[in-house]
Design a protein around this ligand. Structure first.
Ligand code: ARG
Length: 484
């Protein structure tokens, strides 16, 4: 590709599309500053698709003859093959992907390439390209969410009945099962998947044919255009909105930020689980690292990095919302920077989903220790109060007396079920004889078998429900692939 510098009034190597009024050169620093090719070159394939559809629309509208359109189409296909083989030179002088495509089409089909921009603007082009590109990228993120859910569901299946302490305020609260904890994170991710799919559906309308701001002057059939580009929602209905709307970008970044927030919470749980103090899990060699100084260290870095990277995606959400908020209604060049925010956010989210899945496949629970710890710290105190309620004591009174029993147990350095008989009789005379079995860990877990509870039978049932859901998700994909 030639790298000649801009010559006023011509189409220079930079492929400037706006030379007519200009006689001087751009300030070199500003020239580099205003380029978007280093970021938007990833839209290349989408831009070729947009060009192909537009050339067909121009043909239908009588701007190209059928023969001319075939030559443009061949040039587009040739360019696609060329880029597939050689990629795009990162230092290409073109201002953006749209000018680069035009320049390369002119190089391949001469005059026809210069006519393809008839009735079109880069403003509706970039809006269309971005939606096409995002559709694919977002499905990759949806796929990442699904894979991670799959790992969590299998983790839950393997540990549906394994007890672990449950915490509120990071204080031991009640025993739960490891499976229940894993599915809690799966539930959050399941909602993230819905959010992503909703947002994808809302941007499924075609802006092409909106031109710069006021609509195209060419008699194109915009619905046919939308269909050609596989937008199921048809054509956008207002050219000002279509060229300047970026709420779909905000929504997608939000869906990513929310997903990352969920990953960060999961990561935080596992950083704690892996601590010496908790000692519930050990990450394998695939996803832990050591210290350059302290030979004993095995750090849960994968989880910490996921937690850290969530900050960047949340930053992206602030950046994208702030970018849009002050813009007058039409395209403004500020919008070019949306991709600088959006693309890294997508990359981080996709990577973090994959790394979290790898880390959770790499993690080993110390089931014995989890169990032992679930029996320490008075996690069955609520159940003791429930027993008193069953024996006819009002809950508030039961709460009070169990509190006193816990104090006594702390004083003696024992668990509730280990309280000496004399203390039982003094404090809790109403209790049945089988109180020790009733307070046993298995029993405490098993009692919580209503929908949403932590009982092993309920968790096993939820695992089955989840497996069905994952199968449905896979079927959605197959349908999606068939459609594509
Ligand atoms: N590269 C620009 C973007 O990504 C599109 C160019 C629109 N330029 C213009 N002067 N209207 O938003």
């Amino acid at each position: 590709m030639s790298a000649q510098s801009g010559t006023p009034g011509t189409t220079p190597g930079g492929g400037q599309m706006w030379g007519g009024r200009f006689r001087g050169e751009l300030d070199p620093q500003f020239a580099a500053f205003q380029k978007s090719l280093p970021v938007d070159h990833v839209l290349a394939i989408a831009d070729l698709e947009t060009n192909l559809a537009w050339s067909e629309a121009l043909c239908d509208a009588g701007v190209f003859t059928a023969d001319e359109q075939v030559r443009v189409r061949d040039a587009i296909h040739e360019l696609a093959r060329h880029w597939e083989a050689h990629g795009i030179a990162p230092d290409d002088p073109a201002e953006d992907i749209h000018s680069l495509v035009e320049r390369e089409l002119v190089a391949r089909c001469g005059e026809l390439g210069k006519r393809i921009h008839t009735g079109r603007s880069r403003n509706d082009q970039v809006a269309t390209d971005l939606r096409l590109y995002l559709r694919d990228r977002m499905f990759a993120i949806v796929d990442g969410v699904e894979r991670l859910c799959h790992v969590l569901v299998e983790l839950a299946a393997a540990h549906a009945d394994a007890p672990i302490p449950g915490y509120t305020h990071l204080q031991r609260a009640q025993p739960i099962t490891i499976g229940h904890h894993a599915l809690a994170h799966a539930e959050a991710l399941g909602r993230d998947r819905e959010r992503l799919i909703d947002a994808i559906a809302r941007m499924d309308r075609c802006p092409l044919g909106s031109a710069a701001l006021a609509g195209t002057t060419i008699a194109v059939d915009r619905d046919a255009l939308a269909e050609r580009l596989d937008f199921t929602g048809g054509a956008t209905r207002n050219s000002l909105d279509a060229t300047s709307a970026r709420d779909h970008v905000c929504e997608l970044v939000f869906a990513c930020a929310m997903t990352m927030t969920h990953l960060s919470r999961l990561a935080e749980d596992y950083v704690f689980f892996a601590s010496f103090e908790a000692g519930f899990v050990r990450f394998g060699d695939l996803t832990s690292t050591g210290s350059s100084l302290m030979p004993q260290k095995r750090n849960p870095d994968a989880m910490e990095l996921v937690r850290g990277k969530a900050a960047r995606v949340q930053g992206a959400l602030t950046a994208i919302m702030t970018l849009v908020k002050g813009l007058p209604m039409a395209y403004n060049r500020d919008l070019q920077t949306d991709k600088e925010t959006l693309f890294p956010a997508l990359r981080e989210t996709e990577d973090c989903l994959a790394i979290t899945a790898t880390a959770l496949r790499d993690v080993v629970f110390d089931r014995e220790r989890c169990r032992r710890e679930a029996e320490r710290g008075y996690l069955n105190a609520t159940d003791l109060a429930d027993l008193l309620v069953e024996a006819g004591v009002a809950f508030r009174d039961a709460h009070e007396v169990v509190g006193r029993a816990v104090d006594r147990a702390v004083e003696l350095g024992v668990e509730l079920h280990e309280l000496p008989d004399a203390d039982w009789l003094a404090l809790l005379p109403q209790l049945p004889n089988d109180r020790r079995q009733q307070l046993a860990l298995e029993h405490v877990l098993a009692r919580r078998s209503a929908i949403g509870g932590t009982a092993p039978v309920r968790v096993a049932a939820e695992v089955e429900r989840w497996r069905g859901r994952l199968t449905e998700w896979r079927a959605d994909h197959e349908e999606e692939e068939l459609r594509a």
